[in-house]
Write a protein that binds this ligand. Structure first.
Ligand SMILES: [Zn+2]
Length: 444
């Protein structure tokens, strides 16, 4: 899975984090379903914006981008986004980009313009436009665009390698192509294929990246390799803030750090950003953030209550409730990450469990089973930080496991066995492995 990472020229805003959190949810769900996920997220640390930013602060490009890269990792950790397996930086992959561009030139898909830059000839790639469904037949012959970002109406030959100009200052590489720097689009083609192969499964990004960025990635990669580039593209929709497009001039532009300064809870922000289906436009409001906060609290409260539960058995009803929520939550998430339906079924379940807890109708064993299920859901959602680790056993069970460990150390097998039985009665199965003691929860 390849996800377009941040351009490290500023703090990431909540629209950026909507994309990163949706991608995190996708990855966690795939893992929950047993897939092994290799996740690559690039850092764009050389492009039009980073160069401009470093120049305006009069510091070297690397110093400038390192600062924002560090900030990005801090923010992502605060939002409980699982780290990618690899974070390739564009500036560290220029040789790979040069080879890719040379291949495109050799195959006739790219040419040198009068300005010394190398351009991709989109009329040589008949499938150009297949992702964003744009029509390019009106294209003026030889029309070229050198900037990284442009609109659909401006579709034309785009720069793979930008010959040095005085505006680039000291940002350039001396290569066989020319003295210059890579265009933004070639960076992602080179880095994704290096780490994931010429054809890989999933590529994500914001819908605004579909054109030109992803369209150009497809053209460059497939023209070079002759193979399909990506099997599945997933794009998340835009974010609005209080009903309007987020923009500094509207006064509704927020980085994650702006919200932190206002005292907003990162887990509530995470919950809010993931709670709407990724292909729907999402309206961020402070009212919504309050509601998200109480949803997270509801979930963490019921988990805390279950840790102390020790009532009479709820009988067959418990197993039915568990099976039902497992199926509803799972079916919804399997349906293109229909997270709002999944969350609705989860909170119906939480309400039912709270009702049973109110009447003391959940035994210790049942509480452990329910807790284990909620922990698994929370590993997907990642919104209740303190119980995300697998250790969600009640204190009592943890104490018994520790006691049993002591007994085994002194080779007191009789006590160890008795403790194992006691744990089993609570629904906790203990196994002794070469790596130490493992436990799992008995299924209802
Ligand atoms: Zn990209």
């Amino acid at each position: 899975m390849y996800t377009c990472g941040p351009t490290v020229y500023d703090y990431a805003h909540i629209g950026n984090f909507r994309a990163f959190i949706f991608e995190d949810l996708l990855k966690r769900w795939l893992k929950h379903r047993g897939f092994k996920v290799t996740h690559v997220m690039n850092l764009t640390d050389v492009d039009d914006k980073t160069i401009k930013g470093s120049q305006s602060q009069h510091i070297p490009l690397k110093q400038y981008t390192d600062f924002y890269a560090k900030a990005f990792f801090e923010d992502a950790a605060a939002l409980n986004i699982e780290p990618a397996d690899v974070y390739p930086r564009a500036t560290e992959h220029v040789p790979e980009m040069v080879i890719l561009i040379e291949t495109l030139v050799a195959k006739g898909f790219a040419y040198k313009g009068d300005d010394g830059s190398i351009y991709f000839a989109i009329n040589k790639f008949p499938e150009y436009g297949k992702l964003s469904k744009i029509q390019v037949h009106d294209l003026k012959a030889g029309a070229r665009v050198r900037v990284d970002e442009y609109a659909k109406e401006e579709a034309q030959d785009f720069a793979l390698w930008k010959a040095w100009t005085p505006e680039d200052g000291d940002v350039y590489w001396e290569t066989e192509l020319a003295k210059g720097r890579p265009g933004w689009h070639i960076e992602c083609s080179a880095m994704s294929m290096k780490y994931l192969g010429e054809t890989f499964d999933i590529h994500c990004g914001g819908v605004d990246n579909m054109f030109p960025h992803h369209e150009n990635e497809i053209a460059q990669s497939e023209a070079a390799t002759g193979k399909p580039f990506v099997r599945y593209w997933l794009h998340n929709e835009h974010l609005l803030v209080e009903g309007k497009k987020m923009a500094k001039r509207f006064g509704n532009y927020y980085t994650f750090r702006d919200l932190q300064k206002k005292g907003c809870d990162p887990m509530a922000i995470r919950y809010l950003l993931l709670s709407t289906h990724y292909r729907q436009q999402f309206n961020f409001t402070f009212e919504g953030l309050e509601a998200a906060k109480s949803a997270v609290e509801r979930l963490s409260n019921v988990m805390r209550r279950l840790q102390d539960a020790n009532g009479k058995s709820g009988g067959e009803k418990i197993g039915q409730l568990i099976n039902n929520v497992e199926k509803c939550f799972g079916d919804a998430m399997d349906d293109d990450l229909n997270v709002s339906v999944a969350l609705a079924s989860l909170f119906d379940f939480v309400r039912d469990v709270n009702n049973l807890l109110d009447t003391n109708a959940i035994s210790k064993k049942e509480a452990i089973q329910i807790l284990s299920l909620l922990t698994a859901f929370n590993e997907v959602l990642g919104v209740v930080a303190e119980v995300e680790k697998k250790e969600s056993l009640p204190k009592e069970a943890e104490e018994l496991i520790a006691k049993r460990e002591e007994a085994r150390k002194t080779k007191d097998w009789k006590t160890a066995d008795a403790l194992r039985q006691q744990l089993k009665a609570m629904g906790v199965i203990v196994e002794d492995t070469q790596q130490g003691v493992r436990w799992k929860i008995e299924k209802p």
